[in-house]
Design a protein around this ligand. Structure first.
Ligand code: SAH
Ligand code: SF4
Length: 426
């Protein structure tokens, strides 16, 4: 969602006549679109903002803006510490960028604009500057009401709001007319889409409607919450041909005690039941997950239960994070914090196990035929093309540039750590 917000900021700038430069030293305007999900994200943004001070000293006319979640949560304090920042814009009012830039240029200095409220998502979509002409992100909902104990999202993205279905369908039809073949639906908790709208218009219904749009060949979505992954949604995913065989389903922990303390609202057994159902109904499904290591109170036994689940489920990939305190969250008040050295060791053990699992999963793909959407020249080898499978795996292969933007059949001939090599079948 953060990257998609960057595309919107880029789109707004382009609409004003600005152009992107690859050289930061040449820029007239630099916007940092920030994330604050973990302490490390905060630190990275602040250190980059610190480094930009030097450029600003050399070229005082340079405009520096801080946008996104860190701006939303700590914008006022940061402006005090880094007064050379010209513009602070939170997550709820991206569309105000052009006006604010004009004000900064006119030296009126209304630097800070943070809107607290959670506006309904009815506004027409902002212009978007996309790198990939065939694959697009589409926001379907924003905000979150789940209040997982570790998570800052509800405090910076506001209450859960779903976009009206007709607005989403219109946007996707326009994308299809413009040549987009793959869409990724975005939201903090996509499968509770429509909760506040009429029940009939829930997430399975949205998938059904999107599946009918001609030109669109693939539908993906992130992120799903295990508690809201219903049997009827799984059934619909299995039935609808355009919904890709990939699901990112954050587990966070394998211990019921930790899951309860996290306020995740599911147990280990419930999670595994859903995985079982997914594997039965969608045999080719590729599963990925998020894990937090070192949540307050996590014992060695709790952690081992997480490892056990990883062995049982066999995820293709996982994103693992060492727990960090976030402002406002319940867990930041929890007393039983885990020492950094212990969390680090657990983190390393988790990675090692997952590397073994991922390697054996990759072997299973060798020799398999795969449908690939060709994205363009490979970033690592310009003589090759690159594309993604329905399971969201990156594949490099030799082929003519006419194939760019096409759906083709490849066979996987070699597996690397982060990508595969393939050969064209048809
Ligand atoms: N809405 C998604 C997750 C969004 S945040 C969901 O419910 O799963 C992305 C990931 O960041 C989370 O899944 C979690 O693993 C991690 N994360 C969030 N807050 C964290 C914190 N305080 N410390 C460490 N990891 C965190
Ligand atoms: Fe954060 Fe939990 Fe909401 Fe995900 S579901 S955004 S982890 S509060």
């Amino acid at each position: 969602m953060n990257e998609h917000d960057s595309e919107k900021l880029g789109g707004l700038l382009e609409a004003e006549g600005y152009r992107a430069t690859a050289m930061v030293e040449q820029a007239d305007v630099i916007l940092l679109n920030t994330c604050c999900i973990r302490a490390k994200a905060d630190q990275k943004a602040l250190s980059l903002l610190g480094r930009l001070k030097l450029l600003k000293t050399k070229r005082p006319e340079l405009i520096i803006g801080l946008c996104g979640c860190l701006a939303q949560s700590q914008g006022a304090e940061i402006l005090k510490r880094a007064p050379y920042t010209d513009l602070v814009l939170g997550t709820h009012n991206l569309h105000r960028l052009p006006q604010l830039l004009k004000q900064v240029l006119a030296r009126k200095k209304p630097k800070l604009e943070l809107v607290e409220y959670s506006a309904p998502l009815t506004a027409k979509p902002l212009p978007v500057s996309r790198n990939n002409p065939y694959s697009a992100w589409v926001t379907i909902m924003e905000g979150c009401d789940n209040y997982c104990a570790y998570c800052v999202v509800p405090y910076v993205r506001g209450r859960e709001r779903s976009r009206p279905m007709r607005d989403i369908l219109t946007e996707v039809r326009q994308l299809a007319d413009g040549g987009v073949k793959e869409i990724t639906l975005l939201g903090q908790n996509v499968n509770s889409y429509g909760k506040a709208l009429d029940n009939e218009f829930g997430f399975p219904k949205l998938l059904e409607q999107l599946n009918q749009i001609s030109g669109i060949a693939r539908i993906r979505f992130v992120t799903s919450h295990p508690k809201d992954l219903s049997a009827s949604l799984i059934k619909r995913m299995a039935e609808l041909p355009k919904v890709c065989e990939h699901l990112h389903l954050p587990l966070q922990s394998g211990s019921d005690k930790v899951l309860a303390a996290m306020n995740r609202a599911y147990t280990q057994a419930e999670y595994l039941e859903k995985i079982q159902l997914l594997k039965e109904q969608i045999p080719r499904i590729s599963l990925t997950t998020d894990i937090i290591v070192g949540f307050p109170g996590e014992t060695e036994q709790d952690f081992e239960q997480t490892l056990t689940i990883l062995k049982t489920v066999q995820f293709d990939n996982l994103f693992s994070f060492i727990y960090s305190d976030r402002p406002h969250t319940a867990a930041s008040e929890f007393k039983a914090k885990i020492p950094r050295t212990v969390s680090r060791q657990r983190f390393q053990r988790l990675l090692k196990l997952q590397q073994e699992i991922a390697a054996s999963r990759r072997k299973l793909m060798l020799g398999q035929p795969e449908e690939v959407l060709v994205e363009g020249p490979s970033k690592t080898d310009a003589a090759k093309l690159t594309g993604r499978t329905r399971g969201n795996k990156l594949i490099h292969f030799t082929g003519s540039s006419d194939l760019i933007g096409e759906l083709i059949q490849l066979r996987i001939i070699a597996a690397g750590k982060n990508s595969f090599q393939g050969e064209v079948i048809s």
